[in-house]
Design a protein around this ligand. Structure first.
Ligand SMILES: *Cc1c(COP(=O)(O)O)cnc(C)c1O
Length: 362
Protein backbone atom coordinates (compact mmCIF):
# COMPACT_ATOMS: atom_id res chain seq x y z
CA UNK A 1 0.00 0.00 0.00
CA UNK A 2 1.04 3.59 -0.59
CA UNK A 3 2.48 5.12 2.57
CA UNK A 4 -0.13 7.23 4.38
CA UNK A 5 0.92 10.07 6.70
CA UNK A 6 -0.86 11.27 9.84
CA UNK A 7 -3.12 13.79 8.16
CA UNK A 8 -4.36 16.59 10.43
CA UNK A 9 -6.00 18.51 7.58
CA UNK A 10 -8.91 20.75 8.58
CA UNK A 11 -10.83 19.88 5.44
CA UNK A 12 -11.20 17.93 3.33
CA UNK A 13 -10.16 15.83 6.27
CA UNK A 14 -8.96 12.30 6.85
CA UNK A 15 -11.35 9.45 5.96
CA UNK A 16 -11.47 6.01 7.61
CA UNK A 17 -9.00 3.67 5.93
CA UNK A 18 -11.52 0.80 5.63
CA UNK A 19 -13.87 3.17 3.78
CA UNK A 20 -11.17 4.13 1.28
CA UNK A 21 -10.22 0.49 0.84
CA UNK A 22 -13.78 -0.56 0.18
CA UNK A 23 -14.34 2.30 -2.26
CA UNK A 24 -11.12 1.35 -4.03
CA UNK A 25 -12.06 -2.32 -4.16
CA UNK A 26 -15.48 -1.56 -5.65
CA UNK A 27 -14.49 1.38 -7.80
CA UNK A 28 -14.58 -0.49 -11.09
CA UNK A 29 -17.80 -2.29 -10.33
CA UNK A 30 -20.18 -2.36 -7.40
CA UNK A 31 -20.67 -6.00 -6.38
CA UNK A 32 -23.22 -7.50 -8.74
CA UNK A 33 -23.70 -4.29 -10.73
CA UNK A 34 -20.96 -4.69 -13.32
CA UNK A 35 -20.41 -0.91 -13.28
CA UNK A 36 -19.02 1.70 -10.96
CA UNK A 37 -21.16 3.83 -8.67
CA UNK A 38 -19.78 6.67 -10.80
CA UNK A 39 -21.45 5.27 -13.91
CA UNK A 40 -24.92 4.14 -12.92
CA UNK A 41 -28.13 6.16 -13.03
CA UNK A 42 -29.01 8.08 -9.92
CA UNK A 43 -32.52 6.71 -10.49
CA UNK A 44 -31.38 3.08 -10.56
CA UNK A 45 -32.34 0.59 -7.86
CA UNK A 46 -28.71 0.28 -6.87
CA UNK A 47 -28.20 3.95 -6.30
CA UNK A 48 -31.53 4.15 -4.53
CA UNK A 49 -30.27 1.54 -2.05
CA UNK A 50 -27.13 3.64 -1.48
CA UNK A 51 -28.86 6.95 -0.80
CA UNK A 52 -31.47 5.22 1.34
CA UNK A 53 -28.84 3.51 3.43
CA UNK A 54 -26.93 6.78 3.83
CA UNK A 55 -30.11 8.40 5.10
CA UNK A 56 -31.12 5.54 7.37
CA UNK A 57 -27.61 5.30 8.84
CA UNK A 58 -27.75 9.02 9.64
CA UNK A 59 -31.20 8.62 11.16
CA UNK A 60 -29.96 5.78 13.34
CA UNK A 61 -26.73 7.47 14.39
CA UNK A 62 -28.35 10.78 15.31
CA UNK A 63 -31.75 9.46 16.32
CA UNK A 64 -33.42 11.79 13.82
CA UNK A 65 -37.18 12.02 14.42
CA UNK A 66 -39.59 11.16 11.59
CA UNK A 67 -40.76 14.73 11.13
CA UNK A 68 -37.28 15.79 10.00
CA UNK A 69 -36.07 15.55 6.41
CA UNK A 70 -32.54 14.50 5.53
CA UNK A 71 -31.26 16.14 2.34
CA UNK A 72 -28.09 15.63 0.33
CA UNK A 73 -27.35 18.91 -1.43
CA UNK A 74 -24.50 20.55 -3.31
CA UNK A 75 -22.78 23.90 -2.98
CA UNK A 76 -21.08 23.19 0.34
CA UNK A 77 -21.91 24.67 3.70
CA UNK A 78 -21.25 28.02 2.05
CA UNK A 79 -24.36 27.72 -0.09
CA UNK A 80 -26.35 27.02 3.07
CA UNK A 81 -25.22 30.41 4.36
CA UNK A 82 -27.48 31.82 1.61
CA UNK A 83 -30.11 29.07 1.30
CA UNK A 84 -31.08 29.27 4.96
CA UNK A 85 -32.14 32.93 4.78
CA UNK A 86 -33.60 32.56 1.26
CA UNK A 87 -35.90 29.84 2.51
CA UNK A 88 -36.62 30.90 6.07
CA UNK A 89 -36.34 34.66 6.37
CA UNK A 90 -39.38 35.99 4.50
CA UNK A 91 -40.05 39.59 5.56
CA UNK A 92 -38.65 38.93 9.01
CA UNK A 93 -35.23 39.14 10.60
CA UNK A 94 -32.85 36.49 11.94
CA UNK A 95 -30.44 36.58 14.87
CA UNK A 96 -26.80 35.46 14.51
CA UNK A 97 -24.35 34.40 17.21
CA UNK A 98 -20.88 34.91 15.77
CA UNK A 99 -18.09 32.93 17.40
CA UNK A 100 -15.58 32.73 14.56
CA UNK A 101 -14.78 33.04 10.87
CA UNK A 102 -17.53 30.78 9.56
CA UNK A 103 -20.27 32.42 11.58
CA UNK A 104 -19.11 35.76 10.27
CA UNK A 105 -19.39 34.53 6.69
CA UNK A 106 -22.83 33.07 7.32
CA UNK A 107 -23.97 36.42 8.69
CA UNK A 108 -22.61 38.36 5.71
CA UNK A 109 -24.46 36.13 3.29
CA UNK A 110 -27.71 36.47 5.25
CA UNK A 111 -27.39 40.25 5.05
CA UNK A 112 -27.31 40.00 1.26
CA UNK A 113 -30.59 38.11 1.33
CA UNK A 114 -32.56 40.05 3.93
CA UNK A 115 -32.53 41.29 7.49
CA UNK A 116 -30.04 39.77 9.90
CA UNK A 117 -28.86 40.97 13.27
CA UNK A 118 -25.76 40.06 15.27
CA UNK A 119 -26.76 39.30 18.84
CA UNK A 120 -23.26 38.38 20.00
CA UNK A 121 -19.89 38.69 18.33
CA UNK A 122 -16.66 37.29 19.77
CA UNK A 123 -14.43 39.25 17.40
CA UNK A 124 -13.21 41.74 20.03
CA UNK A 125 -12.00 38.81 22.11
CA UNK A 126 -10.29 37.29 19.08
CA UNK A 127 -12.89 34.50 18.89
CA UNK A 128 -11.65 32.53 21.88
CA UNK A 129 -14.99 31.52 23.37
CA UNK A 130 -18.75 31.24 22.93
CA UNK A 131 -21.24 33.43 24.83
CA UNK A 132 -23.09 32.65 28.03
CA UNK A 133 -26.89 32.84 27.68
CA UNK A 134 -26.95 36.05 29.76
CA UNK A 135 -24.71 37.78 27.22
CA UNK A 136 -27.19 37.83 24.36
CA UNK A 137 -30.89 38.55 23.90
CA UNK A 138 -32.77 36.76 21.13
CA UNK A 139 -35.70 38.66 19.64
CA UNK A 140 -38.77 36.48 20.26
CA UNK A 141 -40.01 37.35 16.77
CA UNK A 142 -36.72 36.37 15.07
CA UNK A 143 -37.38 33.95 12.22
CA UNK A 144 -34.47 31.83 13.41
CA UNK A 145 -31.22 31.95 15.38
CA UNK A 146 -28.05 30.87 13.59
CA UNK A 147 -24.90 29.60 15.30
CA UNK A 148 -21.77 27.67 14.35
CA UNK A 149 -21.46 24.67 16.65
CA UNK A 150 -17.73 24.30 16.12
CA UNK A 151 -15.60 27.06 14.64
CA UNK A 152 -13.08 25.08 12.62
CA UNK A 153 -10.52 27.86 12.22
CA UNK A 154 -10.43 29.05 15.84
CA UNK A 155 -11.10 25.65 17.46
CA UNK A 156 -13.97 27.07 19.52
CA UNK A 157 -17.02 24.98 20.34
CA UNK A 158 -20.36 25.66 22.01
CA UNK A 159 -20.33 23.40 25.11
CA UNK A 160 -24.12 23.07 24.67
CA UNK A 161 -26.79 24.54 22.42
CA UNK A 162 -27.47 28.26 22.87
CA UNK A 163 -30.64 29.20 24.74
CA UNK A 164 -33.13 30.59 22.24
CA UNK A 165 -36.60 29.98 23.69
CA UNK A 166 -39.11 29.07 21.01
CA UNK A 167 -37.18 30.61 18.14
CA UNK A 168 -36.11 27.96 15.59
CA UNK A 169 -32.45 27.07 15.99
CA UNK A 170 -30.31 26.76 12.85
CA UNK A 171 -26.82 25.30 13.15
CA UNK A 172 -23.76 25.08 10.94
CA UNK A 173 -22.41 21.78 12.25
CA UNK A 174 -19.90 21.19 9.45
CA UNK A 175 -16.86 20.43 11.55
CA UNK A 176 -18.32 18.47 14.46
CA UNK A 177 -21.21 16.69 12.75
CA UNK A 178 -21.27 13.01 13.82
CA UNK A 179 -18.51 13.58 16.39
CA UNK A 180 -20.92 12.94 19.28
CA UNK A 181 -24.62 12.35 19.92
CA UNK A 182 -26.92 15.38 19.75
CA UNK A 183 -30.58 15.97 20.51
CA UNK A 184 -31.90 16.78 17.04
CA UNK A 185 -35.18 17.98 18.56
CA UNK A 186 -33.42 21.08 19.83
CA UNK A 187 -32.76 22.17 16.26
CA UNK A 188 -35.00 23.34 13.44
CA UNK A 189 -32.25 22.91 10.86
CA UNK A 190 -28.73 21.47 10.88
CA UNK A 191 -26.35 21.61 7.96
CA UNK A 192 -22.90 20.18 7.47
CA UNK A 193 -20.51 20.07 4.55
CA UNK A 194 -19.47 16.42 4.47
CA UNK A 195 -15.75 16.91 3.92
CA UNK A 196 -14.84 17.51 7.56
CA UNK A 197 -16.23 14.48 9.29
CA UNK A 198 -18.83 12.70 7.18
CA UNK A 199 -17.37 12.05 3.75
CA UNK A 200 -15.78 13.82 0.79
CA UNK A 201 -16.33 17.31 -0.59
CA UNK A 202 -19.29 17.66 -2.90
CA UNK A 203 -22.22 16.85 -0.66
CA UNK A 204 -23.77 18.86 2.14
CA UNK A 205 -26.13 17.20 4.56
CA UNK A 206 -29.17 19.20 5.67
CA UNK A 207 -31.50 17.98 8.39
CA UNK A 208 -34.62 20.09 8.70
CA UNK A 209 -37.91 19.95 10.53
CA UNK A 210 -40.88 19.47 8.26
CA UNK A 211 -42.87 22.50 9.47
CA UNK A 212 -40.17 24.86 8.13
CA UNK A 213 -41.10 23.91 4.57
CA UNK A 214 -44.37 25.84 4.88
CA UNK A 215 -42.33 29.06 5.04
CA UNK A 216 -40.41 28.52 1.83
CA UNK A 217 -41.35 31.19 -0.71
CA UNK A 218 -42.73 29.98 -4.05
CA UNK A 219 -40.47 32.13 -6.18
CA UNK A 220 -37.16 30.45 -5.35
CA UNK A 221 -35.20 28.66 -8.08
CA UNK A 222 -35.81 24.93 -7.70
CA UNK A 223 -32.25 24.02 -6.77
CA UNK A 224 -32.27 26.55 -3.92
CA UNK A 225 -35.67 25.52 -2.60
CA UNK A 226 -35.76 23.15 0.40
CA UNK A 227 -39.35 22.17 -0.40
CA UNK A 228 -38.43 21.07 -3.93
CA UNK A 229 -35.40 19.20 -2.62
CA UNK A 230 -37.43 17.47 0.10
CA UNK A 231 -40.31 16.56 -2.21
CA UNK A 232 -37.80 15.03 -4.63
CA UNK A 233 -35.84 13.27 -1.89
CA UNK A 234 -32.63 15.04 -3.00
CA UNK A 235 -33.09 13.69 -6.54
CA UNK A 236 -34.48 16.79 -8.24
CA UNK A 237 -31.37 16.74 -10.40
CA UNK A 238 -28.34 14.44 -10.52
CA UNK A 239 -27.01 14.39 -6.97
CA UNK A 240 -23.30 13.99 -6.12
CA UNK A 241 -23.52 10.22 -6.35
CA UNK A 242 -19.96 9.33 -5.41
CA UNK A 243 -19.92 11.65 -2.39
CA UNK A 244 -23.21 10.18 -1.17
CA UNK A 245 -21.81 6.68 -1.62
CA UNK A 246 -18.82 7.57 0.58
CA UNK A 247 -21.13 9.10 3.21
CA UNK A 248 -22.99 5.78 3.17
CA UNK A 249 -19.71 3.93 3.83
CA UNK A 250 -18.59 6.38 6.53
CA UNK A 251 -21.89 6.18 8.39
CA UNK A 252 -21.85 2.40 8.09
CA UNK A 253 -18.34 2.45 9.60
CA UNK A 254 -19.59 4.64 12.45
CA UNK A 255 -22.47 2.31 13.16
CA UNK A 256 -20.84 -1.07 12.78
CA UNK A 257 -17.10 -0.61 13.33
CA UNK A 258 -17.09 2.20 15.89
CA UNK A 259 -20.42 1.25 17.43
CA UNK A 260 -22.30 4.55 17.37
CA UNK A 261 -21.79 8.15 18.37
CA UNK A 262 -21.52 7.64 22.12
CA UNK A 263 -18.47 5.50 21.55
CA UNK A 264 -17.19 7.93 18.91
CA UNK A 265 -17.46 10.78 21.39
CA UNK A 266 -15.47 8.84 24.02
CA UNK A 267 -12.69 8.23 21.52
CA UNK A 268 -12.75 11.84 20.32
CA UNK A 269 -12.60 13.18 23.89
CA UNK A 270 -9.67 10.96 24.69
CA UNK A 271 -7.80 12.10 21.56
CA UNK A 272 -8.44 15.76 22.39
CA UNK A 273 -7.40 15.21 26.02
CA UNK A 274 -4.03 13.82 24.92
CA UNK A 275 -3.23 17.11 23.18
CA UNK A 276 -4.80 19.60 25.58
CA UNK A 277 -2.98 17.94 28.46
CA UNK A 278 0.35 18.68 26.79
CA UNK A 279 -0.70 22.28 26.18
CA UNK A 280 -1.96 22.73 29.76
CA UNK A 281 1.14 21.20 31.33
CA UNK A 282 3.61 23.06 29.12
CA UNK A 283 3.81 26.08 31.44
CA UNK A 284 3.08 28.44 28.58
CA UNK A 285 5.36 26.92 25.97
CA UNK A 286 2.25 25.87 24.06
CA UNK A 287 -0.60 28.37 24.37
CA UNK A 288 -4.07 27.15 23.44
CA UNK A 289 -6.13 29.62 21.42
CA UNK A 290 -9.57 28.71 22.78
CA UNK A 291 -10.70 29.24 26.35
CA UNK A 292 -10.53 25.83 28.11
CA UNK A 293 -14.32 25.62 28.56
CA UNK A 294 -14.91 26.26 24.87
CA UNK A 295 -12.24 24.27 23.17
CA UNK A 296 -13.02 21.97 20.34
CA UNK A 297 -12.52 18.22 20.40
CA UNK A 298 -12.18 18.33 16.58
CA UNK A 299 -9.80 21.23 15.92
CA UNK A 300 -7.06 21.85 18.49
CA UNK A 301 -5.42 25.27 18.03
CA UNK A 302 -2.29 26.55 19.75
CA UNK A 303 0.69 28.90 19.47
CA UNK A 304 4.38 28.51 20.31
CA UNK A 305 6.65 31.15 21.90
CA UNK A 306 7.66 32.63 18.53
CA UNK A 307 6.80 32.40 14.86
CA UNK A 308 10.27 31.08 14.16
CA UNK A 309 9.68 28.18 16.56
CA UNK A 310 6.27 27.58 14.99
CA UNK A 311 7.92 27.28 11.59
CA UNK A 312 10.49 24.89 12.95
CA UNK A 313 7.81 22.87 14.73
CA UNK A 314 5.78 22.49 11.54
CA UNK A 315 8.85 21.62 9.52
CA UNK A 316 10.07 18.92 11.91
CA UNK A 317 6.55 17.56 12.37
CA UNK A 318 6.21 17.12 8.63
CA UNK A 319 9.51 15.24 8.52
CA UNK A 320 8.01 12.82 11.08
CA UNK A 321 4.93 12.19 8.98
CA UNK A 322 2.72 14.59 10.97
CA UNK A 323 1.13 16.67 8.21
CA UNK A 324 -1.18 19.67 7.77
CA UNK A 325 -0.60 21.15 11.23
CA UNK A 326 -0.31 24.77 10.11
CA UNK A 327 -2.99 26.98 11.64
CA UNK A 328 -5.31 29.00 9.42
CA UNK A 329 -3.62 32.20 8.21
CA UNK A 330 -6.12 34.32 10.17
CA UNK A 331 -5.15 32.74 13.51
CA UNK A 332 -1.59 31.60 12.89
CA UNK A 333 0.21 28.99 14.95
CA UNK A 334 -0.78 25.36 14.76
CA UNK A 335 -4.00 23.44 14.36
CA UNK A 336 -4.49 19.70 14.62
CA UNK A 337 -7.79 18.58 13.17
CA UNK A 338 -8.53 15.26 14.82
CA UNK A 339 -11.75 14.24 13.13
CA UNK A 340 -13.48 10.90 13.71
CA UNK A 341 -11.25 9.09 11.24
CA UNK A 342 -7.96 10.20 12.83
CA UNK A 343 -6.74 7.12 14.71
CA UNK A 344 -5.62 7.59 18.30
CA UNK A 345 -2.16 6.41 17.21
CA UNK A 346 -1.83 9.53 15.07
CA UNK A 347 -2.68 11.73 18.04
CA UNK A 348 -0.24 9.82 20.24
CA UNK A 349 2.48 10.39 17.66
CA UNK A 350 1.74 14.12 17.64
CA UNK A 351 1.69 14.24 21.44
CA UNK A 352 5.07 12.51 21.65
CA UNK A 353 6.51 14.96 19.14
CA UNK A 354 5.09 17.96 21.03
CA UNK A 355 6.69 16.76 24.27
CA UNK A 356 10.00 16.15 22.59
CA UNK A 357 10.03 19.49 20.80
CA UNK A 358 9.23 21.28 24.04
CA UNK A 359 12.02 19.49 25.91
CA UNK A 360 14.49 20.69 23.27
CA UNK A 361 13.33 24.28 22.98
CA UNK A 362 12.02 25.39 26.33
C1 LIG B 1 -15.47 24.14 6.18
C2 LIG B 1 -16.58 24.86 6.82
C3 LIG B 1 -17.50 25.62 6.08
C4 LIG B 1 -17.39 25.79 4.59
O1 LIG B 1 -17.70 24.61 3.97
P1 LIG B 1 -17.76 24.50 2.36
O2 LIG B 1 -18.39 23.16 2.20
O3 LIG B 1 -16.38 24.61 1.86
O4 LIG B 1 -18.64 25.58 1.86
C5 LIG B 1 -18.53 26.24 6.75
N1 LIG B 1 -18.66 26.13 8.08
C6 LIG B 1 -17.80 25.42 8.83
C7 LIG B 1 -18.01 25.33 10.31
C8 LIG B 1 -16.74 24.76 8.22
O5 LIG B 1 -15.88 24.05 8.97
Amino acid sequence: MTQRVWNFSAGPGVLPLPVLEEAQRDLLALPGAGASVLEISHRSKRFDAIIQEAESNLRQLLNIPDDYHVLFLQGGASLQFAMVPMNLLGDGSADYLITGSWGQKAYKEAQLVGKARTVWNGKDENFTRTPRPDEYAIAPEARYVHFTANETIQGVVFPSEPTVGDVPLVCDMSSNFLSMPIDVRQYALIYAGAQKNAGPAGVTIVILRDDLLARVPDNLPAMLNYRVQAENKSLYNTPPVFAIYIVMLVTRWLLHTIGGLERMEQINREKARLLYEVIDQSEGFYRGHAHPDHRSIMNVTWRLPSEALEQQFLHEAQARGLHELKGHRSVGGCRASIYNAMPIEGVQALRAFMLEFMAQHR
